[in-house]
Design a protein around this ligand. Sequence first.
Ligand code: AMP
Ligand code: ZN
Length: 140
Amino acid sequence: MEQKECIFCKIVQGQIPCFKIYEDEKVLAFADINPITKGHILIIPKVHAESIWEIPEEYLTAISHAAKKIAQAVKKVLDPVGIAFLQLNGRGVGQVVMHYHMHLIPRGSDEPELPVSQWELKPGDKDEIKRIADKIASCL
Ligand code: AMP
Ligand code: ZN
């Protein structure tokens, strides 16, 4: 189930400490030690799964439930102006720890805008948008 060299598996096994926030049978949530904002939290499955392509659906569901619960607590405690959920799949988009994790990133009113939620809106090529959308839709 766990992978020997995986840092998040080690946290699940209690071999590396963490600032635990929430735990149930399937998930563990703890504070990110390099927080982008105050209250930056990670939610992980208790099984080793690298990314969205490997994680079993029941763990994804459990993470969703935990995210809702934790977001409610974060709202109460920190009263953020918003909370971003960020989840990276693959080194090509910046995933560093190869054990699935959901970032929960609240932004306080005194904190700068999140780089992850700021991008320029530029209209795309409609033909290309449609071609790619149709191709993906036909595989579902
Ligand atoms: P990424 O894989 O890019 O989505 O990000 C991995 C995240 O894990 C980073 O935000 C790190 O700060 C965080 N991280 C790495 N090791 C630990 C640890 N031992 N405890 C808490 N957070 C960690
Ligand atoms: Zn792992």
